[in-house]
Ligand binder design. Sequence first.
Ligand code: TXA
Ligand code: MG
Length: 310
Amino acid sequence: MNEIVASAKALHAGQLVAFPTETVYGLGADAENEKAVARIYEAKGRPADHPLIVHIASKDQISEWATTVPKYAVELADTYWPGPMTLILERSQIAKDFVTGGQDSVGLRVPNHPVALELLQEFMKLGGRGVAAPSANRFGKVSPTTAKAVQDELGSYLEPGDVILDGGNSDVGIESTIIDCRAASPKVLRPGAITVEMIEQATGLTLDKSGSNLRVSGALESHYAPAARVVLDAQALPGDGFIAMSNVESPEGVIRLASPASLDEYAKVLYRSLREADERSIIRVVVWQPTGDGLAIAIRDRLRRASDKS
Ligand code: TXA
Ligand code: MG
């Protein structure tokens, strides 16, 4: 049997399936199966009141999971799905407390990765309606962008019958943009590859940039952190790991972990480089942040959370 078809069956039977998406790897379960979803929280070591994103095969399924869908949310889905964007909408009956963390909203995303899309389509053929999936890492740690990273993080928490699907390196490299679609205009809760400019362009609206008190675990101050100490924009010393754009020369004696030539590449290699620092038992990583808008905002957001605040 095709591995993806077998994985869809595993999901349907209540097993966990880690799968590639274009952002990062997700740890999936049938979003309507309370026991299966509970196992995600166990495997991640994640508090139960943190909501999960429900992954769907196409925008046609929005109306199954959400009730009120503003026109701008439809425009965003039309423009950027499949893609690195999660929409927060008023939930329907099938979005239960065990997926939404008890909130009246649900997060929906159509991922843009051939393996993920085929998995979701095969799961639908079996009667499934959505796959709940957080990033496939232990709570608070760096999201995985390869199947090997998932195995390293969660392998010992999976059971026989669970699956890790290998779909190569995640192309985007950082988590989706999360957009709250429950007010008159959209609000970004977590920046990502779908930028403020792109949202304003697709909707013709000006974004509400005020704060939010929704529970978004990615919005916790310390998150996405490796074991190594991450220090931003400091002078790197011999023995330090070092990440900076390719036009920055390596200071004497540092261990250069990444030299991205563009913002796209910076996002793509960031988590992989932080993992490599841990694999090489590097104690301190100095990171020079990218400047500018667009994707640089999302990269700086993740770096700030990964970094040492003491
Ligand atoms: O790119 C991504 O979004 C990846 C891939 C696997 O799709 N997923 C991901 O999931 O990053 P996770 O659980 O690590 O982060 C999703 C964030 C969480 O911080 C969660 O709190 C928020 O989405 N979220 C989900 N549903 C929500 C809701 N109804 N209201 C507010 N925040 C929500
Ligand atoms: Mg996560």
